[in-house]
Design a protein around this ligand. Structure first.
Ligand code: C5P
Ligand code: ZN
Length: 429
């Protein structure tokens, strides 16, 4: 990726509007850009958005004129909607979504690893860009968290950033147990959620820990708090228990744990950090997200509690109505209407495909004013969701885009069934 033109544009500008996506990767992108540009003496403002649409572009244009900005940087979004962007303003796009297939307009500098057949998350692109402007090694943490948030840390160019972070000792990768909440969740809670073998209640988990002499003496510890010997013992006993239960691949319980060595304990597990940022984003607590990244943790617990409650309600709704949703052998359509918040439908769809169904493709539909927000996730290699979702959305007068295995879009209310029929037709073909 060639950043030269973009750097020149930034040097010329005084007041820069950063428009970024509301998910973890987008929030990390904005944090990196803001910190870097501020250090250069630039005045900046961050605007976090859920998507690009005509209305949002109009808002951005108004803000641009009223507050006398001289440059817009779009991060972690923008590429799929090149023809919607303003034509008379200087624009830099630092994004990894599949670009709209048109000639890039003259006022836009598009930097996108997709154009070079490479994979790098939005925050990774922003980090590379930022490190050509000034040196802020601590910002690499956000490139890592962005990559984890987008499920890309072990893919393509992201791996180079991961290695760099290890080299400068801001990141330590440990082989650990495949659970969520390595550092900040009590071990019995992480274990119960992990489903390594049937453990139905917390007391069963506590009993298991006590049987293997890992009883925590009344203190609630996380996986991270165990000694090396205790961790080894736990891993071994889980594998034994899986063998006893005749489970397939009994040793399939490991995953890499990304520890950010310089972050406070609450944020040092990059996977937990990314979940937190996604939660703040989905609840539209953007200011609090940036405060959190500045080290202010006061709101963390309250916001995560709200998020978990909402998510639990939505997941129960899906579980209870699973059989009544439209479906084929391979595809599930969660037609949630007003029952699931449009901001959360993507997260719900991801969780459902990963742990609540055997279907290979899951789509979620949630009301969004007069429109319906669509989220799509696939585990079938040959299916390109970006292509399919953007094509159908466009045909139905809406917009859509994203990546091969995860895409989203918006159509008018009432067109869900038409969308579902079109989708089935294309995928079956
Ligand atoms: O919203 P959701 O999480 O389902 O989005 C999945 C992917 O598709 C994300 O990377 C998102 O940025 C992208 N997307 C898009 N255009 C939309 C909706 C989602 O490019 N209108
Ligand atoms: Zn991204």
């Amino acid at each position: 990726m060639d950043f030269r033109k973009a750097i020149l544009k930034v040097r010329e500008a005084n007041k820069i509007l950063i428009v970024s996506h509301y998910d973890c990767d987008g929030l990390c992108s904005a944090k990196i850009l803001k910190t870097t540009l501020k250090k250069e003496g630039k005045e900046t403002k961050i605007k976090i958005v859920k998507e690009i649409s005509k209305d949002i572009i109009r808002e951005i244009e108004d803000e641009f004129e009223k507050e006398n900005f001289d440059l817009i940087i779009f991060s972690d979004l923008g590429s799929p909607y090149l023809s919607l962007l303003p034509e008379d303003k200087d624009i830099i796009i630092l994004d990894h979504h599949v670009p709209e297939n048109i000639k890039v307009p003259k006022n836009i500098i598009l930097i996108n690893p997709y154009l070079e057949n490479k994979e790098l998350c939005g925050a990774g692109i922003c980090y590379l860009f930022a490190s050509k402007i000034n040196q802020n090694p601590e910002l690499i943490d956000y490139a890592i968290v962005g990559a984890i948030g987008d499920n890309q840390a072990e893919i393509g160019e992201n791996k180079k950033i991961v290695s760099e972070a290890e080299k400068i000792k801001r990141l330590k990768i440990e082989k650990g147990l495949k659970i969520f909440g390595h550092v900040n969740r009590p071990l019995h809670e992480s274990l119960k959620n992990a489903n390594f073998f049937p453990l139905n209640t917390y007391s069963e988990v506590v009993q298991f820990l006590s049987d293997i002499n890992l009883n925590q003496n009344g203190k609630i510890k996380s996986y991270y708090d165990l000694s090396k010997e205790e961790k080894e013992k736990l891993l071994l006993e889980i594998i034994k228990e899986r063998i006893r239960n005749n489970l397939e691949e009994p040793a399939n319980i490991f995953s890499d744990v990304y520890i950010l060595t310089k972050q406070p304990r609450e944020l040092m597990d990059a996977l937990e950090f990314s979940t937190i940022l996604n939660a703040f984003g989905r609840l539209e607590r953007y200011d609090e997200a940036f405060e959190l990244m500045d080290g202010k943790l006061e709101k963390l617990e309250e916001i995560m509690l709200e998020y978990r409650k909402k998510l639990a309600t939505y997941l129960s709704f899906v579980a209870e109505n699973m059989n009544s949703f439209p479906q084929t052998e391979n595809i599930l359509f969660i037609n949630a209407k007003e029952k699931i918040d449009e901001n959360m439908i993507g997260t719900v769809t991801s969780i459902v495909i990963n742990s609540l169904t055997n279907k290979k493709i899951v789509l979620g539909f949630a009301y969004s004013g007069d429109m319906v927000k669509i989220s799509a996730r696939s585990k079938i290699e040959r299916v390109d969701l970006n292509e399919i979702v953007s094509k159908i959305c466009e045909k139905l007068g809406g917009t859509g885009g994203g990546h091969k295995e995860a895409a989203g879009g918006k159509i008018e209310k009432g067109k869900e069934e038409e969308f579902i029929e079109e989708f089935k037709k294309i995928v079956e073909k």
